[in-house]
Design a protein around this ligand. Structure first.
Ligand SMILES: O=C(O)CCC(=O)C(=O)O
Ligand SMILES: [Fe+2]
Length: 495
């Protein structure tokens, strides 16, 4: 959803493609939040939150005592605007005017309390130097004493799917059925040769157990240790930078639909102890981007986030593959192969932009069940501390943290995906697609040149092998076509 209060978009830094968010229509059945049993609210659900008093629009028609929607009476000339557009308009207002507007009517009070509006003001004015006060509105108002808010009101009779869904996504628990399916291949003690032949070559995800047991990070990386080694250092959190202590204070109190996510590509340079506490698992040691030295695109990140934070559907940058190792916590993964676009996700034809639901919870609520009947169902798992997920290049994936999690991820190019990466970097719209570097347009030529210098002949060799493989595949296919002879129903194989 384009708009002013989304202008500080909070994309994890790993993926830089433009991302539009669109709120989908409610597809699940809901009634009064306090009586419905079809979803469970988090025990910490904010009881004074204004969103709690908003009901889905359908309830207006089902209500036994039909009444008017408070929204219509109190919005004046703004009434015809759909909720998403109305919020975009309010997102253009300075904070002072937003506060003043909320005193104009009960309806405007509800709409102007939509917390993402205030998040944009806090982040724009304070960057990462805020002390989270339980909501963004309270955080902003706490810092601006002269901005006296109207006192907290309990408001009934406001019906809006958009606001209800936003509140619900921030406050509901993951459902059991969203977590139950676990169909990823799990391997322990796999040799590197088998990993290459069975996983990397065919481009299939796998969950690797036991391959980071020797990492000091697994024992050491709790909050206390990280706070100590990173004292005074700031990390990238969405569009701002924050110290870890501030981020943890936020994470302890947050109840929002898309929590801020710490996703920092320079952690090992900023805090060398963190760089020393892990090593690349044995399967991923070939790292061809390293030929670029300092000019390589961003490739490693520390990721920290509270329950409910995560990464919405995306494909990893520059056609690289990745590994993601969990040090603390647990993450739910949903992955679709490159040729299957996940339901609810709409990439543009040139691949430069992706439109997807506003939040991960919204995707689960409105789209997860759509794949139940699909022939190609996603690969899913819950990955826990000490486990590593291999994300093959081109796979769509979504990740949600089920508890506070700390992870390290690296993207890499091995000879299995070198040609893919070179093709990707050469695309005509490379300036929009390539990410993790300033010099997007020239990355292809620089990388190709550096590879030729460091590994003479490797590109030709891989191209030759690829041609041979394609020819063998074609030969096999044409043998089957002639054997089956579909046109005249002739010869058929039987076994
Ligand atoms: O841990 C996460 O949020 C997932 C990050 C991600 O998408 C990745 O490692 O490729
Ligand atoms: Fe990713």
């Amino acid at each position: 959803m384009p708009g002013a209060f989304h202008s500080l978009r909070l994309l994890p830094l790993k993926r830089r493609r433009k991302c539009k968010r669109r709120r989908s229509r409610i597809r699940s059945k809901f009634s009064n939040p306090s009586s419905d049993r079809s979803f469970r609210l988090k025990t910490s659900a904010a009881s004074l939150d204004i969103g709690r008093f908003v009901q889905p629009l359908g309830n207006l028609f089902l209500s036994s005592s039909p009444c008017a929607n408070l929204r219509d009476a109190g919005l004046g000339a703004l009434r015809p605007l759909p909720d998403d557009l109305l919020l975009d308009v309010l997102g253009l207002l300075p904070a002072r005017d937003l506060a003043a507007l909320s005193a104009a009517s009960k309806a405007l009070y509800v709409v102007a309390a939509h917390d993402p509006l205030w998040r944009a003001h806090v982040l724009a004015e304070l960057g990462g130097a805020f002390d989270f006060a339980g909501s963004w509105r309270a955080t902003y108002i706490g810092r601006r004493a002269r901005l006296v808010p109207p006192r907290a009101l309990k408001i009934r009779g406001f019906y809006s799917d958009y606001l209800f869904q936003s509140w619900l996504c921030a406050n509901m628990e993951m459902r059991h059925e969203w977590l139950a399916r676990d169909n990823i291949e799990r391997r322990r003690g796999m040799s590197v040769e088998r990993f290459i032949a069975e996983m990397e070559e065919p481009n299939r995800p796998v969950l690797l157990e036991g391959c980071i047991d020797s990492w000091p990070a697994l024992q050491k990386w709790g909050r206390d240790y990280l706070l100590e080694v990173s004292a005074g250092k700031e990390f990238a959190v969405g569009p701002v930078s924050m110290t870890l202590d501030r981020y943890f204070r936020y994470a302890d109190n947050v109840q929002e639909e898309r929590p801020l996510y710490l996703f920092d590509a320079k952690f090992a340079e900023k805090v060398p102890e963190m760089g020393r506490d892990y090593e690349v698992p044995v399967y991923f040691r070939e790292d061809l981007f390293s030929v670029l030295g300092e000019e390589r695109p961003d490739y490693r990140w520390v990721i920290i986030g509270p329950a409910g934070s995560g990464s919405s559907f995306h494909v990893d940058p520059n056609s690289t593959s990745a590994w993601n190792a969990i040090i603390k916590g647990a993450k739910k993964w949903v992955m679709f192969p490159p040729e299957v676009v996940p339901p609810g996700v709409h990439p543009s034809a040139d691949g430069a932009e992706v439109t997807s639901p506003v939040s991960i919870m919204e995707w689960f609520m409105n789209f997860y069940s759509a794949c139940k009947t699909w022939e190609k169902r996603p690969i899913e798992c819950v990955c826990r501390a000490g486990e590593v997920v291999f994300v093959p290049n081109g796979w769509w994936h979504l990740v949600i943290n089920l508890e506070e999690s700390i992870a390290i991820t690296q993207n890499y190019v091995s000879r299995r995906n070198l040609l893919n990466v070179l093709d990707f970097l050469k695309k005509p719209n490379a300036s929009e697609l390539v990410s993790g570097t300033k010099d997007r347009v020239n990355l292809h030529d620089k990388f190709r040149g550096a590879i030729e210098a460091a590994h003479p002949g490797i590109i030709n060799q891989l191209e030759l092998e690829a041609q041979q493989k394609a020819a063998a595949k074609k030969k096999k296919a044409s043998f089957w076509e002639s054997a089956v002879d579909a046109n005249n129903g002739g010869f058929k194989f039987s076994f």
